[in-house]
Write a protein that binds this ligand. Structure first.
Ligand SMILES: [Zn+2]
Length: 411
């Protein structure tokens, strides 16, 4: 087992072992290659000293860089609701930081540059850090760094361009194998009166919403606010405020600044941390029931699908993104049980999911047409998917999903 990625303690206690699973977030050109995709230990542990829940092993680290993070792939088509949410989060961040026209704003984990574009529209000077950033962004005049963000890259930036009043990052810190280096970078690049606004999945909401498919090796750390505060405190940052949102199955937005001499945590952050204490999210006792339930669901859902297939009924999945891939593998739903997974993302069709080897087909592909049951594997877009599928297929299908419980989707 690794040392704690936050406090370097050797005292990690195992929470749950998902088994050896392939990476998600990339697809392969043939079923044979997909089934032979390398597998990695996917086991979670908690640090007895600082309470950070994390992957117990680093074995997937190099493979993630090679297969997933080094290539630019536009990963999702964003819904109108997500776009509206991004705007409202930017409103809050701009207000908190007091940035003015022309000020530089760093976004860590910029992907397709959508947020950088929004910053530009607000007459700010966006700066993007992302090893898989869209190369076209640099040509459009946005300052981009095609690299991992950390203390070294942040100091280089600050040495040349100075510090900034606002750093934004959505759903990136949880992927970092060196999370303290990441937040140290934020501390290095943030002006004395600057603010960092970070959004990450929030462990307690993730558990409440049954988001176990998000606990694949792509996610290295799983945050409570207490663990985040501990990590920020290590590099001289303080959690000034925090609030929750429904993004990605339940997330927390943390607002951090440079710790002033007597700076304590904000009132709301302190309250959240006291609730986490009560729920025992700082030790293994807070997680036993959740993971026992995960184990039971994995067995039951697979048994149900096996029975269904035995009766000759056709089941397809809907959603071949990283989380959908993880769910198929976690539940062991190979192509005997689920022969096809529907996904309309351009470039996905005709490719295969690592591990289970399921072929991705378009929504109107006739091979997926005779399915009488659809397992929705994109857990955060259930309603949109059912609506879209019913427009194409009529009303004779049964839809099931795993979040927030395994259930039949009301149509
Ligand atoms: Zn620790």
């Amino acid at each position: 087992m690794v040392q704690c990625r936050n406090c370097r303690s050797a005292g990690l206690s195992p929470l749950y072992d998902f088994g050896e699973l392939p990476l998600g977030g990339y697809l392969l050109p043939t079923a044979a290659l997909a089934r032979q995709a390398p597998r990695f230990v996917n086991a979670l542990a908690i640090c007895g000293a600082c309470g950070l829940v994390q992957q117990a092993s680093d074995s997937a680290r190099e493979a993630l860089v090679e297969f997933v993070y080094s290539n630019y792939q536009p990963t999702y088509s964003m819904s109108a609701a997500v776009r509206a949410y991004q705007e409202s989060l930017l409103d809050a961040a701009v207000k908190l930081s007091g940035v003015q026209t022309g000020d530089a704003v760093i976004e860590i984990g910029s992907n397709d540059g959508y947020v950088l574009g929004l910053l530009k529209q607000r007459s700010l000077a966006p700066v993007g850090f992302d090893p898989s950033i869209d190369p076209a962004l640099a040509r459009s005049g946005v300052r981009t760094f095609r690299e991992y963000f950390g203390a070294a890259s942040a100091r280089r930036f600050a040495g040349t361009h100075g510090t900034v009043k606002l750093v934004i990052s959505r759903h990136t810190l949880e992927h970092a194998f060196e999370p303290v280096d990441f937040v140290e970078g934020i501390a290095a690049v943030l002006a004395p009166d600057g603010v960092a606004v970070l959004e990450v999945p929030y462990l307690q909401l993730q558990m409440m919403n049954n988001q176990f498919q998000s606990m694949s090796v792509q996610h290295v750390c799983f945050f409570t606010l207490s663990a985040l505060s501990n990590m920020f405190g290590r590099v001289g940052l303080r959690v000034r405020d925090a609030w929750f949102c429904q993004m990605d199955g339940g997330s927390v937005v943390v607002c951090a600044d440079q710790r002033r001499p007597a700076g304590a945590e904000g009132e709301r952050a302190a309250q959240i941390e006291s609730v986490e204490q009560l729920l025992r999210l700082h030790d293994a006792a807070g997680f036993g029931q959740f993971f026992a339930d995960v184990a039971r669901q994995r067995a039951q859902i697979r048994a149900l699908m096996t029975e269904y297939a035995r009766m000759g009924r056709r089941i397809v999945a809907y959603g071949a993104g990283g989380k959908g891939q993880a769910l198929l593998n976690l539940l062991g739903l190979d192509t005997h049980l689920i022969p096809y997974v529907i996904d309309d993302t351009p470039g996905y069709m005709g490719k295969y999911v690592p591990g289970v080897g399921t072929e991705v087909v378009a929504r109107d592909d006739p091979r997926a047409g005779d399915a009488s049951m659809v397992l929705i594997t994109a857990p955060t877009h259930i309603r949109e998917i059912v609506q879209r599928d019913r427009e194409t297929r009529g009303k004779d299908r049964l839809y099931v999903a795993t979040a927030p419980r395994f259930h039949i989707v009301e149509t």
